[in-house]
Design a protein around this ligand. Structure first.
Ligand code: LFR
Length: 485
């Protein structure tokens, strides 16, 4: 039996510390701490801004690590967000959450100085308004920028608090828009544009890049039995860790990392930077072991989560399991929406936005809660279908099977609909993909396991319960639905 590794995984609604150990070639995991990680809306002057709550997260992380006394630690969160440090290493304000609308209209301003096609040729990145490069451009003139000496992405920020060492882990850095996707180094062109046109000296703020798998430094401070454990740079972008945990047994797979977001794509050895790829807004994010995560952000269970929240706020608490059971009995494809439409991005009344989309596209808006849920799941499956087909076509990769990892793997209706929509078998699980990928990369870095990505994935396959869904029903139904949006 190995020592215990600790994955810190900060997700959309909660942060967790998950302990994992290798036993008999299998990875056994256990959640040891959970604490809230919702955005905090803070009003200052005329504006309300969505923030991270770093101090409270830090307290949760410390508490969890003390409980485990691990032999190594890895940290992952969602991408793009960062904190600024002053000359004393103190955090300047709480970092802004990417769902804050401060970047509305900013990509267009940046493209005037760094045209979108030139940018894509360098960073290979999908355009999302919240990409770090746009968040930084939105900070032009902000007082805190002039006080800033370092910029750290959130996992690296927590890592710095735990070790005193500043790095930029590459998989997450690749979502900033400031990494050259071919050289896997910072992109001088992007740094020049930020400095020259927006007065943001990112060049002097960004630390050195490290590849995932690098041992950063031992933990220090008031951490009980966790002191001295090495912090390992894992795929600190949660999606990078989730892709490590795809239990693929063939190279010809597509994946859906399905949670608050759905990240749909394939794994490649080299980026695809064609005009067709850019037009389809496919991203080349960097993965573990020199890979490229070629994917698109399709929205995700966010639409369902926000609907549940809306109903709850109106005093109509809905039980998810019961809702999904009822949704399974609603006739298929009655109404579909384009889940990638920008209107679905911010928090708020999701059923109303879905109804508005339906009306605009000449469909009868879903009314009952089960109809809304069915609409969301049909629409997600439809979006997965499009993204899987496009990923295969644009990259030239053969796809024989679709793996769903993350919370969506537990949603049997979504998995079944995905198999039907894509027309390929779907293998669902593990639901804890991100934590598992995090744990395996650190376990390998400190010598508990060894081997390439395929070997790590064999451990996942041996450890995780998966369910296979075979496609059923005619593809023409999905083709017709796609034409409605
Ligand atoms: C998923 C994710 C996506 C990223 C989005 C925002 O949790 O990390 O990969 O595009 O969140 O950071």
């Amino acid at each position: 039996m190995s020592g215990v590794h600790a994955a810190v995984d900060l997700g959309a609604s909660s942060g967790r510390v998950i302990a994992g150990r290798i036993e008999g070639g299998r990875l056994l995991t256990e959640e040891v701490a959970r604490f809230p990680n919702g955005p905090v809306a803070v009003r200052a002057g005329e504006r309300t801004t969505l923030h991270w709550d770093v101090p409270s997260l830090y307290a949760g992380v410390v508490e969890g690590l003390r409980r485990v006394a691990p032999v190594s630690v890895g940290i992952d969160t969602w991408a793009v967000d960062y904190g600024l440090l002053d000359a004393d290493g103190a955090l300047i304000g709480n970092p802004v959450h990417y769902r804050d609308p401060r970047t509305e209209g900013v990509p267009e301003q940046v493209f005037r100085h760094w045209p979108a096609d030139r940018m894509y040729a360098v960073n290979g990145l999908q355009v999302q308004p919240f990409n770090t490069v746009f968040q930084l451009a939105a900070e032009t003139g902000a007082a805190r920028l002039s006080a800033a000496r370092d910029l750290l992405l959130i996992p690296d920020l927590l890592g710095y608090r735990l070790t005193g060492v500043k790095v930029a882990e590459l998989t997450n850095a690749s979502t900033t828009g400031l990494v050259d996707v071919r050289s896997r180094g910072w992109a001088p062109e992007g740094l020049d544009v930020l400095a020259g046109s927006f007065g943001v000296d990112a060049r002097s703020l960004l630390p050195d890049l490290v590849e995932p798998g690098t041992v950063i430094a031992p933990l220090r401070g008031d951490l009980g039995g966790a002191v001295g454990a090495p912090l390992v740079a894992v795929g600190s972008h949660d999606t990078a860790s989730a892709v490590v945990a795809v239990p693929a047994t063939t190279p010809n797979f597509a994946y859906v990392s399905s949670g608050t977001w759905s990240l749909v794509g394939v794994e490649l050895d080299a980026p695809v930077r064609t005009e067709a790829s850019r037009a389809a807004n496919f991203t080349n994010e960097l993965g573990v072991d020199g890979t490229v995560r070629y994917l698109r952000n399709v929205s995700g269970l966010w639409l369902l989560q926000e609907s549940l929240r809306t109903w709850r706020e109106r005093g109509r608490g809905v039980d998810l399991a019961d809702l999904l059971e009822r949704a399974a009995r609603v006739p298929a494809l009655g109404c579909v929406v384009d889940v990638e439409d920008a209107r679905f991005l911010p928090p708020g009344d999701m059923p109303a936005r879905i109804a508005a989309f339906a009306a605009e596209t000449g469909q009868r808006p879903p009314e009952a809660d089960a109809e809304v849920a069915r609409c969301i799941l049909d629409s997600l499956a439809l979006a997965y279908r499009k993204a899987v087909h496009q990923a295969a076509e644009l990259s030239g990769k053969d796809v024989e099977v679709v793996h769903i990892v993350g919370g969506g793997a537990n949603n049997a209706l979504l998995c079944r609909l995905t198999a039907d929509a894509v027309g390929l078998p779907v293998i669902a699980g593990p639901a804890e993909g991100t934590a598992i990928g995090n744990l395996l990369v650190q376990a390998r870095a400190v010598g508990t396991v060894d081997g390439d990505l395929a070997a790590l994935r064999r451990i996942v396959a041996a450890s995780a319960e998966t369910v296979t869904y075979r496609p059923d029903g005619p593809q023409t139904l999905w083709e017709e639905a796609a034409r409605r949006i």
